[in-house]
Ligand binder design. Structure first.
Ligand SMILES: [Zn+2]
Length: 298
């Protein structure tokens, strides 16, 4: 099957890695991205990061936060990289390197990587949720990623948990990720205490120390997430629900509540055969490289 390049475009850096078909990382390069960016300067950094890996590769998979158009391979805008607009990722890389290029939302890439290389790889269909700065999702059925029309499907973080609730980064009130995500925990804690936390780790430290405000925020957030998952299970009927992302490091503090709320609210007929758990901590680059491996199976 040959080697694949996976590229993970994040808020502060671009990482590109070369993988073999077993998911083993052979080489990896990282470039920080400066605060002030425009399309041109960004594309130069992107190409320079990927270039050393190209001679051995048969294709390039790229993942980034959205919104994007996966068919045209364009990053429409980025909340974390302000200067970028309608960035033609696929076209630029195809021209530069003469290799096939696929581009998807990073949560979809994470889902695909988990589906191919994670703990639940044997499950026929799986819903994968990325719990981090926000909440992303992906659905992989029989090895094929469901992207939605033009690649913005399964945005489970922006389904509504509370009508008219807390303001989300997307501009709408009451999204699930306003209640369960790094950003959500920090904002909810700030609202209640006027104390600014800097990370999910700090928040979970407070929960661990039985800070009652943090505990309450986590409890409500966990129920909000559980019901978003319940809704998705009833829509998609997956064989497995898999949680990945930085927040799963603290799964001990919320996993039991999350799983029991999901299991006690879905149709009993689904419950017996549904698997729920934490996935492997696979890299974003492996997820992106999975785009290359999976296209051969489609
Ligand atoms: Zn939202």
């Amino acid at each position: 099957m040959g080697l694949a390049i996976g590229v993970d475009i994040g808020g502060g850096s671009i990482r590109a890695s070369l993988f073999d078909e077993s998911g083993k990382e052979l080489k990896s390069l990282v470039s920080p991205t400066p605060e002030n960016l425009n399309n041109e300067s960004f594309l130069k950094i992107l190409k320079d990061t990927i270039r050393p890996l190209v001679p051995e590769a048969k294709g390039i998979g790229v993942g980034s936060p959205g919104p994007l158009n996966n068919e045209r391979g364009v990053l429409i805008a980025s909340a974390n990289m302000k200067g970028l607009e309608n960035l033609p990722i696929k076209e630029s890389l195809t021209k530069e390197f003469s290799l096939p290029v696929w581009y998807e939302n990073d949560a979809n890439c994470a889902a695909l990587g988990e589906a191919y290389f994670g703990f639940y790889k044997e499950a026929e269909s799986k819903l994968i949720l990325t719990l981090g700065t926000g909440v992303g999702g992906g659905f992989v059925d029989k090895g094929i990623l469901y992207s939605g029309y033009l690649g913005n499907g399964i945005e489970i973080g922006h389904t509504t948990a509370v009508i008219g609730g807390a303001l989300c980064g997307c501009g709408v009130k009451g999204c699930v990720e306003s209640y369960f995500s790094t950003r959500g925990f920090i904002n909810r804690y700030m609202e209640k205490t006027n104390i600014k936390l800097n990370s999910a780790e700090e928040f979970f430290q407070l929960v661990f120390k039985k800070d009652s405000v943090a505990e309450e925020i986590l409890h409500f957030g966990t129920l909000a997430l559980a019901h978003a998952v319940r809704n998705a299970i009833h829509l998609l009927n997956p064989e497995a629900v898999v949680f990945v992302g930085g927040i799963t490091k603290s799964y001990d503090l919320f996993g039991k509540t999350l799983e029991s709320e999901i299991r006690s609210t879905i149709f009993p007929v689904l419950n017996g055969r549904l698997k729920i758990g934490v996935g492997g901590s696979l890299s974003g680059t492996l997820g992106a490289a999975s785009l290359v491996f999976s296209k051969e199976k489609v």
